[in-house]
Design a protein around this ligand. Structure first.
Ligand code: FES
Length: 555
């Protein structure tokens, strides 16, 4: 027997006391037989001692939505314990004695001989993310020669989009979830994972190359010998991991990356499944928070090229990158919006995928109308970012929430839409039999909105300008492309700019990778402009905090 201190004792050799998982005095059998109900099927798995249930389930082929990388934060990996003994975050729980309950599988260790669990559909990992491969800025150029082609990758934290380019034209596009997501759904979790050990850092890179990029190469370019060039655009953390560099310094003050430029290297150095000598080009970064996905976007949209204009480029994600061009000066900043608009931080939120409500309307009388991706109104999974922005705008417009996002209890109560929640969620508004939005959900959305709104106002204010002076607003990325502009402007998420000054650009990161794959000269051109960029840490601007507090309210 092994004690909690790790010392061996005499006794039943089949029983262990696990120290590493901080379970105090909970005897853990060598293996627990678990009966699992999941997705309409029933199967039996063996859960070895000392391992989190999420790992044992993954080994048995059941992938959970480990959105926070198994860090016990997102609550997406909930399972229902029906019988048997378990350790939940280090505390013993006996479902036979205490009754069924739910727990996060990433913090749950089977600790009995036999038990039964149920996995709700909402906890299962869902493939089929919508991967944005469209762009409205036309890349041009030519690949090396007749019959030769080039590959372009937009490596996002969540998804990877790819394109096969030939003679300057895009032949095919494809996309896949970034397989690194099992280490967490945001760049901070990836930085933390990379810092755990050299082995984990190497695993992050291997997972990206072998499980995400190489399958896309096989799909797009089965005759991989004809690929003459590869180009990549990615945020600074992804670029570092792809290039085998540690991203750790990006996560700690003063947040400086090891590199801003990534010289071309042969494909063999990355493990990419093409000819070993194929050159791989990576878009340069401006800072730790403004990476090659944004610099590429700047290059392919023509942003900031016209002198005497005030232009703003936004790429809204967990991080909202923003570039301001003011009479030749270029300022770069990033606002930490968090995952609220990407389906994180709430039970009702989900990513843009079939079954997600991407637009909704609220009538004065309190009725809801939904538009669902895929068109099947019977199978609604949640509301993705653009739908949540519509929700805020519609509820405020109908007077069903106040400026701080609190429900109008009298009106929603009389409509029969108000439900009691838990102390964590606050009141719930029921939109349909499948959807309910809590006041806590709204609070998370308002915080994300405030970070972006305050960031834009502070950046403009730093050069003595205001949103009404903007000559052009460039919106990059999938979320911005899906937004209803009226909803986004009425909530304050986007600055109040006339519609004819807004350019929806689509996936400019992929467009930039395509451009560099067709003609890497564009990277040198960008380098010649680089000295003009100044990185602005928003938190250091004296007015940012006050702007953030004000932006927490709706108009
Ligand atoms: S709480 Fe388990 S993966 Fe997030």
């Amino acid at each position: 027997m092994i004690s909690a201190s790790g010392a061996c004792r005499r006794g039943d050799p089949a029983v262990y006391f696990i120290k590493s998982c901080a379970i105090e005095n909970i005897p853990v059998r060598t293996t627990m037989k678990l009966h699992v109900d999941s997705g309409g099927r029933r199967l039996d798995i063996d859960a070895p001692p000392g391992r989190h249930l999420s790992e044992s389930l993954a080994e048995a082929g059941i992938r959970l939505d480990l959105r926070c990388g198994g860090n016990n934060r997102c609550g997406r990996c909930r399972v229902r314990l029906l019988s048997g003994r378990f350790a939940i975050a280090g505390k013993a729980y006996d479902a036979d004695r205490e009754g069924p309950r739910e727990a996060n599988a990433c913090r749950l260790i089977p600790a009995g001989v036999e038990g039964r669990i149920e996995i709700p559909d909402s906890s299962l990992f869902r493939d089929g993310l919508l991967i944005e491969t469209g762009f409205r800025c036309a890349p041009s150029g030519a690949a090396s020669g007749p019959g030769e082609s080039a590959l372009a990758f937009d490596i996002g934290t969540t998804t990877v989009a790819a394109a096969l380019v030939k003679d300057g034209a895009v032949l095919r596009t494809a996309g896949a979830p970034n397989a690194q997501s099992r280490f967490g759904d945001n760049v901070i979790d990836r930085i933390v994972a990379a810092g755990r050990s050299p082995e984990t850092a190497a695993e992050l890179r291997r997972v990206l190359v072998e499980e995400t990029l190489n399958p896309l190469i096989a799909e797009l370019a089965p005759a991989s010998g004809s690929v003459r060039r590869i180009a990549v655009a990615a945020n600074t953390v992804m670029s570092h991991i792809f290039c085998g560099l540690s991203p750790e310094s990006i996560g700690v003050s003063p947040f400086r990356p090891l590199r801003l430029r990534f010289p071309a290297e042969p494909a063999a150095n990355f493990g990419l499944a093409v000819d070993a000598e194929t050159p791989v080009h990576v878009w340069p970064a401006i800072s730790g928070s403004v990476g090659g996905d944004i610099t590429g976007g700047i290059a392919v949209t023509g942003f900031g090229r016209v002198p005497d204009r005030l232009e703003l480029l936004l790429d809204i994600g967990t991080n909202c990158e923003m570039i301001l061009s003011d009479r030749g000066r270029k300022l770069a900043a990033a606002a930490a919006a968090g995952p609220a608009f990407e389906g994180g931080s709430s039970a009702v939120g989900c990513r843009a995928r079939p079954g997600a409500v991407d637009h909704l309307a609220v009538s004065e009388a309190g009725y809801f109308r939904f538009h669902v991706i895929g068109g099947d109104l019977r199978r609604i999974d949640g509301i993705c970012g653009s739908g949540l922005v519509d929700f805020l705008a519609g509820m405020r417009g109908a007077g069903l929430i106040d400026e701080f996002g609190r429900y109008n209890r009298a009106r929603l109560g009389s409509l029969g839409r108000l439900e009691a929640g838990t102390p964590e969620t606050g009141l719930l508004c029921r939109l349909s039999s499948q959807l309910a939005v809590s006041e806590a959900d709204i609070e998370a959305l308002l915080k994300a909105k405030a970070a972006i709104e305050a960031g834009v106002l502070a950046l403009l204010g730093s050069v003595g300008r205001s949103p009404s002076e903007l000559d052009a607003l460039y919106l990059c990325g999938g979320f911005a492309s899906a937004l209803d502009l009226a909803s986004a402007r009425s909530t304050g998420l986007l600055p109040a700019v006339a519609a004819d000054r807004i350019r929806i650009c689509g996936n400019t990161s992929l467009a930039a990778a395509i451009q560099a794959a067709a003609d890497p000269e564009i990277l040198d051109q960008f380098e010649s402009e680089r000295p003009g960029f100044r990185d602005i840490p928003l938190n250091n601007l004296p007015e940012f905090e006050e702007l953030y507090t004000r932006s927490l309210a709706l108009n």
